[in-house]
Design a protein around this ligand. Structure first.
Ligand code: IPE
Ligand code: IPE
Ligand code: MG
Length: 252
């Protein structure tokens, strides 16, 4: 059990990860094109970042585009890429001024050079900010991330930089896109779907999950607070016994 993984009542989560789902259904319910749902989803993303900061969440990870989302119609894919590009271009200075460090996780090799440059620029500019970390999972798939990390390990072992026999959890974790980030304590998924959709499979091994029926464009401050409150009602045991039982056993 590593530091921070102690059984007992939950404190406030320092790292919250969100699967932002339901933009399409939000639009469909209103007879609007799916694109309008994505536009409103971006507004919800902006307010989630603000709210996270105000609610004391130090790291916010947002799943914005999965490795599987390339399967959508080309028009939707290019709309989503454009939206992300405009978000970084438009909001970067504001995020920077607010002391937000921006990190992007996900595969970089198959991104177009302009998006790759933008991603690198956002990270470089905000690198030293300490108020909050915003992690955007873009072209992200947890299996892809683990495969890429494994490839790095294999290369290091083949080159003699590491001894395969010494590979442990920390060695692998340090090759993931999230290398220097703590694991999320809480993963929220909106829109009522109760699956993980290839998100943070390694990092969420012991996260609490909160599934809310709220569609992402409607995920406001109250919904965020409710998810945090639900987390506060959970008891995290990490495979151990809960504290009162522990004490009782010790006293017997
Ligand atoms: C989330 O909303 C945005 C992305 C996955 C990129 P969806 O587009 O998945 O919305 P639904 O699930 O179709 O309602
Ligand atoms: C998960 O949502 C990916 C993101 C939120 C970026 P999807 O809408 O793509 O997931 P599925 O297809 O319902 O599993
Ligand atoms: Mg969806």
């Amino acid at each position: 059990m590593s530091a921070g993984q102690r059984p007992g009542p939950t404190a406030h989560p320092g790292h919250v990860a969100i699967i932002m789902d339901g933009n399409g259904r939000w639009a469909q319910m209103r007879g609007l094109p799916r694109q309008e749902g994505h536009r409103r989803g971006l507004e919800a993303l902006r307010s989630a970042v603000r709210n996270a900061g105000e609610l004391g969440v130090r790291i916010l990870t947002l799943y914005s585009f999965s490795t599987e989302n390339w399967r959508r119609p080309a028009t939707e894919v290019s709309f989503l890429l454009g939206l992300l590009k405009r978000f970084v271009e438009k909001d970067l200075s504001e995020l920077h001024a607010a002391g937000v460090r921006v990190r992007i996780i996900g595969g970089r090799d198959d991104l177009t050079p302009d998006i790759r440059r933008l991603v690198e620029h956002a990270e470089t500019v905000t690198r030293d900010n300490t108020r909050m970390t915003l992690v955007i999972a873009f072209n992200y798939g947890a299996r892809d991330e683990i495969v890429r990390a494994t490839r790095k390990l294999a290369r290091d072992a083949a080159a003699g930089r590491i001894d395969a026999a010494t590979i442990d959890e920390a060695t692998l974790a340090s090759r993931l896109d999230t290398a220097d980030l703590p694991d999320p304590e809480l993963v929220i998924r909106t829109s009522g779907e109760t699956r993980i959709s290839n998100f943070l499979l390694w990092q969420a091994a012991y996260a609490e999950f909160v599934f809310t029926p709220v569609l992402w464009p409607d995920f406001n401050r109250a919904a965020f607070e409710e998810a945090l409150a639900e987390y506060g009602r959970r008891e995290r045991r990490f495979g151990a016994l809960s504290e009162p039982i522990d004490r009782a056993a010790g006293a017997a």
